[in-house]
Every structure is written in C-alpha cells, then in structure tokens.
Design a protein around this ligand. Structure first.
Ligand code: PNS
Length: 175
C-alpha cells in the first residue's frame, strides 16, 4: 500500500528571470529550489519591462551553465513567450522566485496572481533571499563592473572575468 502511495510524478519547478547576468543571489535560490524539487529549469525569459540586455541570450545561458555544474537536477532553457504557457508545455508545477525585500513584494505578488490566473495548476513559491544577498541584483553587479569595481562577492569566479571585461569596455566606449 505504502509503496504505491510513494510513486509520484516528477515535480518540476521553473526559476524564471532575465539573468543579465546570473548572480550569487540567483544561484542561492536555484540551489535551494534544487533541494525541494526533482528537477529545476532555470528559464532565461523575456521581460517586456526591460528594454535591452547587456548580454545576449546565448551568453546568459552559457554563464548559467558555467555555474550550475554541481547541481545535477538543474537544467537551463529559454522562453520568449508567456511563462504560464511554458509551465503548461513542460508540466512544471511551480515557479520559484527569490524575495529580497518589501520593495520586491508588490511586483512579485502581482505576477504570481496573474500566472495563477493564466495557469491554475502551478503555484508560485517564494524563497526569502539569504541576508548576505539582500541588496544584490544584476543591475548592481553591472554598475560596479562597468566602473571597474570588484564583483567577486557578487558573481561566481567562472563568469567574473567575462562580465568585468564586457561591462568595463562598454563604459570606456561610452565616455
Ligand atoms: O529577472 P526579472 O527580469 O525580474 O524576471 C522577470 C521575468 C522574466 C520572470 C518576467 O518578466 C516574466 O515572467 N516574463 C515572461 C513573460 C510573462 O509570462 N509575463 C507575464 C507574467 S504575469
């Protein structure tokens, strides 16, 4: 009886975001999600609210691949449509997002409600960001890197040089 009850379908979660670029804050949420679900898809998604990305889609996906090697139930994918449609297609049961501060809440709450309306079979799960990542965002990393600052506390070693090189040279060209 018990054996039958334990046979379940694989529980897939999606961690969506722009990941422009991925930071230790994202990685912490992905790492924790990988312990809660059988499979986690890190989904590089289109955010209509952001005009242009600093890194191409391929670069963003490659940077994620470079830093998730230790997580064997995590994969990377991309989607330029509705997140809800992607969840339906893949059979994912959850969207996992990190919540940093009260300022994140209103936007994330609205997104969670809209996604629930579009696809009722999936839940949005919020994980509170670790205190050391409270202030961390891709924008902060990009600003520091573009001004030649040290980003070693913010992004993994494997992708640090690529980010620094790209953003610092972009700033030099602007001036
Ligand atoms: O890292 P970001 O830019 O804050 O992530 C936002 C993202 C990409 C997760 C969000 O814009 C999104 O879900 N885009 C997919 C398009 C979509 O489904 N929009 C409607 C959500 S209510």
């Amino acid at each position: 009886m018990l054996r039958g009850a334990l046979i379940q379908t694989m529980r897939i979660a999606v961690c969506p975001g722009s990941f422009d670029p991925i930071t230790y804050g994202h990685l912490d949420i992905i790492d924790r999600a990988s312990k809660l679900f059988d499979k986690v898809i890190v989904l590089v998604s289109y955010n209509p609210g952001k005009s242009s990305a600093s890194f191409s889609l391929t670069e963003r996906m490659e940077m994620i691949y470079a830093v998730i090697g230790h997580l064997n139930n995590v994969v990377v994918d991309c989607n330029d449509g509705l997140l809800a449609d992607y969840l339906k297609r893949t059979g994912a049961c959850a969207i996992v997002k990190g919540l940093r501060a009260v300022s994140d809440f209103e936007y994330e709450f609205q997104m969670a409600l809209a996604n629930k309306k579009l696809y009722a079979d999936a839940e949005t799960v919020f994980l509170t960001t670790s205190t050391e990542n409270m202030y961390l965002s891709s924008s902060v990393v990009k600003e520091i890197a573009s001004l030649g600052g040290d980003i070693s506390d913010f992004v993994p070693e494997q992708i640090r040089e690529q980010i620094g090189r790209r953003l610092f040279s972009a700033k030099t060209e602007r001036m």
